[in-house]
Design a binder for this molecule. Structure first.
Ligand code: UTP
Length: 292
């Protein structure tokens, strides 16, 4: 029987250099898409997928993330006194239950692999999810739930993948595919950020993973990879052979909020997905395009 996935690791210790100066004192993950910080979408997706414990891999200056998911008695009291019930619900809805949130400080940004390794003690020896909040997914079924459902069938590592343009392979971990049924692609290897001409496929890993804890043994070796960083992809690659590795072509559309264009695109797409905004937003967007 495959063990249930109860815990999620959320690496949020990166510097967010692509959003300077906005990220000089504000964590990148706290930038809002419409009216919610990017990281809240990740938490809501994980809750909808049955995750019960959240392990943030954080850094100095990112304290606002933990504060955002904690109770705010003064604000709650003020809203209650003004009978602002809907607003109070929004504030309380962004609060995680006591004990559900853990914070681990990554001492230095040594890479995504190192960030995940920092969660080892809290994850222990059970399958776990990794969510990179930068990647936002609009889908009917939460992307992480799709992965967890697939994991219940095939076990091992199951990661979200999508086909990217060949000239983009150097931005992703890419699968070397052994077999592919159109939904699940079984990998015989992985390459981190290959040049387009060296990429074994165009199937790229995006920021959602369900991982077997065996990956921690490899991460513990602290081997540096591309860019001198400890890469999660490299550690996963080393476990292939002893742990099955599948890429899931998930249903839904991913937005890369780690880039400025992707961030604007996500704001527009998530706005268009909100019934109370779509009708007003659509003609405004059309007007902007027509004025060009
Ligand atoms: P990115 O490289 O995309 O994010 O890392 P970044 O470093 O914050 O952004 P830029 O490139 O400077 O603009 C992918 C994810 O891994 C986390 C980041 O927080 C992000 O969620 N990460 C990366 C860590 O937690 N620690 C690291 O050492 C590296």
């Amino acid at each position: 029987m495959v063990q249930r996935v109860r815990k999620a690791v959320l690496p949020v210790a990166g510097l967010g250099t692509r959003f300077l100066p906005a990220t000089k004192v504000t964590a990148k993950e706290m930038l809002p898409v419409i009216d919610k910080p990017v990281v809240q979408y990740a938490i809501e997706e994980a809750l909808a997928a049955g995750i019960e414990e959240f392990i943030f891999i954080s850094a100095d200056g990112k304290e606002a993330i933990a504060e955002h998911f904690s109770p705010h008695p003064a604000l709650e009291k003020a809203l209650a006194e003004k009978n602002k019930d809907a607003e109070l619900k929004l504030v309380q809805g962004a609060t995680l239950p006591p004990g559900a949130m853990h914070i681990v400080k990554q001492p230095a940004p040594l890479g995504l692999g190192h960030a995940v390794w920092c969660g080892w003690k809290l994850v222990g020896n059970e399958p776990f999810a990794v969510i990179l909040p930068d990647d936002m997914v609009l889908s009917k079924t939460p992307c992480l739930k799709q992965l967890i459902d697939a994991h219940a069938k095939v076990g091992g590592h199951v990661v979200a993948v999508e086909d990217v343009a060949r000239d983009q392979t150097n931005r992703y971990g890419i699968l070397d595919v052994l077999s592919d049924d159109g939904t699940l692609a079984k990998a015989k290897g992985l390459v981190e950020k290959p040049k387009p001409e060296n990429a074994p496929s165009t199937l790229a890993i995006i920021g959602r993973y369900v991982l077997d804890p065996a990956v921690f043994i490899e991460l513990d070796k602290k081997t540096q990879g591309a860019g001198g960083e400890i890469q999660l992809t490299d550690a996963l690659n080393k476990t292939i052979g002893s742990v099955p590795f599948h890429g899931l072509r998930f249903e839904g559309k991913r937005y890369d909020c780690g880039t400025r264009v992707g961030f604007v695109e996500a704001n527009v797409a998530f706005g268009l997905a909100l019934p109370d905004m779509a009708d007003r937003l659509r003609p405004l967007l059309q007007k902007l395009l027509d004025a060009k």
